[in-house]
Design a protein around this ligand. Structure first.
Ligand code: HPA
Length: 270
């Protein structure tokens, strides 16, 4: 595993003169954030050894290296999901490759369904912590042991200092930022109404099919994680409308601009 990561990191290092310190994982709908990056260098995932296969429909696959203000960043545009049948080791490989390259902070963005009745579609939520209901974990099995502790603690899965900075920026910019617990499920089905009630009872505020594997892999390697999720819809059984994932994506696009503003200012302070 370590050899594979070294090869991937070497390939990325060939393209950037100054190594990035902050990594950002952008979901598929968040591509417009890339316009804000200066001195861009783009590498398709297909050119980076061992990066996951980008042939999944609707998943862009490119790494963008560049500058945002005074910070060197590496943006993973396109995330892979376990529900596509991609092994978790592959899903988290890009995060591990960026860690090997030397980043110290990782920003995870995502889409999720609102479970907290006080939330609305289009809200942004700062992830304070997560509950893993995916039924698996990226550290299961041998290869991960080469990289970090066997039983890493997850006491601060979402770094408090980074979270406070994001909160501070949101307050200053008058951006409404909810806070709460992200419950990760495997998907690809949306939840049943009974599952949504269970998730609320156990303390979940949103539910989504991503983020948890990446947060675990990043914590395992000692990265500080900031998690912000877009509540694209209310989870099943809360509102009576039955929305397609196309409609979810459309709503996410509107909030992308605000999330971009929040991320830019927060990254300057990291
Ligand atoms: N459930 C799970 N994942 C999601 C949802 C949802 O309602 N919305 C966006 N991602």
């Amino acid at each position: 595993m370590f050899e594979k990561l070294k090869l991937a990191a070497q390939k990325i290092a060939q393209v950037c003169d100054t190594p990035p310190t902050v990594g950002i994982l952008l979901g598929s709908g968040l591509g417009s954030f890339i316009d804000r990056i200066e001195d861009k260098q783009i590498i398709p995932y297909s050119e980076i050894p061992y990066f996951p296969n980008t042939d999944v429909e609707g998943v862009p696959g490119r790494l963008i290296l560049g500058k945002l203000g005074n910070k060197r960043i590496a943006v993973l545009h396109g995330r892979h999901h376990c529900y596509d049948g991609i092994p978790m080791d592959e899903v988290v490989f890009p995060i591990r490759a960026l860690a090997t390259l030397g980043i110290d902070s990782m920003i995870l963005t995502s889409a999720s369904g609102g479970v907290n009745l006080g939330f609305k579609p289009g809200d942004l939520m700062l992830i304070e912590d997560h509950i893993n209901l995916m039924g698996t974990n990226p550290l299961v099995g041998g290869p991960a042991r080469e990289l970090g502790p066997k039983f890493p603690n997850m006491l601060e899965a979402y770094n408090i200092e980074l979270s406070m900075k994001a909160k501070e920026v949101a307050d200053e910019m008058d951006i409404k930022l909810q806070q709460g617990i992200f419950v990760g499920v495997l998907g690809p089905t949306y939840e049943t109404p009974a599952e949504v009630r269970m998730i609320r009872t156990m303390g979940g505020d949103v539910v989504g099919m991503s983020t948890v594997p990446e947060s675990i892999a990043a914590n395992h390697l000692g990265l500080k994680v900031l998690g912000i999720t877009i509540v694209t819809n209310m989870a099943a059984g809360i509102s009576t409308e039955c929305e397609s994932s196309e409609e979810n994506k459309h709503r996410a696009l509107k909030i992308v601009e605000i999330l971009g503003n929040l991320l830019c200012k927060t990254i300057e302070r990291i």
